[in-house]
Write a protein that binds this ligand. Structure first.
Ligand SMILES: Nc1nc2c(ncn2[C@@H]2O[C@H](COP(=O)(O)OP(=O)(O)O)[C@@H](O)[C@H]2O)c(=O)[nH]1
Ligand SMILES: Nc1ncnc2c1ncn2[C@@H]1O[C@H](COP(=O)(O)OP(=O)(O)O)[C@@H](O)[C@H]1O
Length: 209
């Protein structure tokens, strides 16, 4: 029988809640390549320090829409002013190779993935308070006051959809939050491999008769 396939996780959060730091910390705990974050394609411009193919694949709008027409995206959405999409073949090939995949996407993308792939596990990360969210956006030091005010307003839209997610993590104490995320990922992996072993046993019995 084929190898146990990877699990698919959607991880969403308002900007500044700590999602990237948590995913990075989890990947550092599991360096053997058993988990990976999908790199999305976007029409937004790269920020200083962002590398094409590492943070995003940066394309213009025409190229993005051609890729939509060609069916290259597993899901795509316009998030405020820009298009974002998840590459179909990367997801399918990576999962088939037994690696768990994390999608860092917004609530609109999460809805599409749930419809296309009912086995997906969805996680929403919340900050402990609005004041702490704003503080984290400030300590990150990337944005002006105006951009921070915009992100805080966007956060309200994003957080309104928390109820559509299967798991909620309130990222208060950082290491505890990474533990919770790790627990979700590893327990789903164990569940899947147990299931697969059980199927194997049943099939062996059935085919032997
Ligand atoms: N639907 C969808 N959303 C995405 C994708 N990639 C990124 N996003 C979301 O787009 C939003 C903006 O991301 P980004 O431009 O990196 O800005 P920031 O997260 O606000 O710093 C975030 O909510 C991301 O989770 C994708 O492939 N599909
Ligand atoms: N639990 C936490 N307590 C305090 N600071 C945190 C916590 N989690 C993340 N941070 C900090 O908050 C800022 C935003 O985190 P980041 O991972 O960039 O957020 P996101 O990817 O959700 O936009 C970073 O400076 C990060 O170090």
């Amino acid at each position: 029988m084929s190898k146990v396939s990877g699990n698919l996780f959607v991880i969403a959060a308002p900007s500044g809640a700590g999602k990237s730091s948590m995913i990075d910390a989890l990947l550092r705990r599991h360096r053997k390549g058993s988990m990976q974050v999908s790199v999305s394609t976007t029409t937004r411009k790269p920020r200083p320090g962002e590398k094409d193919g590492e943070h995003y694949f940066f394309v213009d709008e025409e190229t993005f829409l051609q890729q939509v027409d060609a069916g290259n995206f597993y899901e795509h959405a316009k998030v405020f002013d820009h298009y974002y999409g998840t590459s179909r073949h990367v997801i399918e090939d990576t999962l088939a190779s037994g690696v768990d995949v994390f999608l860092d996407i917004d609530w609109q993308g999460a809805r599409q993935v749930k419809a296309a792939y009912p086995g997906v596990h969805t996680v929403f990360i919340l900050p402990p308070s609005n004041a702490e969210l704003e503080r984290r956006l400030r300590i990150r030091g990337q944005d002006s006051d105006e951009v921070i005010a915009r992100r805080m307003a966007k956060a309200q839209h994003e957080m309104a959809h928390y109820g559509e997610f299967g798991y909620i993590i309130v990222n208060e104490v950082f290491d505890d939050s990474v533990d919770q995320l790790e627990h979700i990922v590893l327990s789903q992996r164990l569940r899947r491999s147990k299931q697969q072993i059980r199927y194997r046993e049943i099939l062996q019995d059935l085919l032997a008769e």
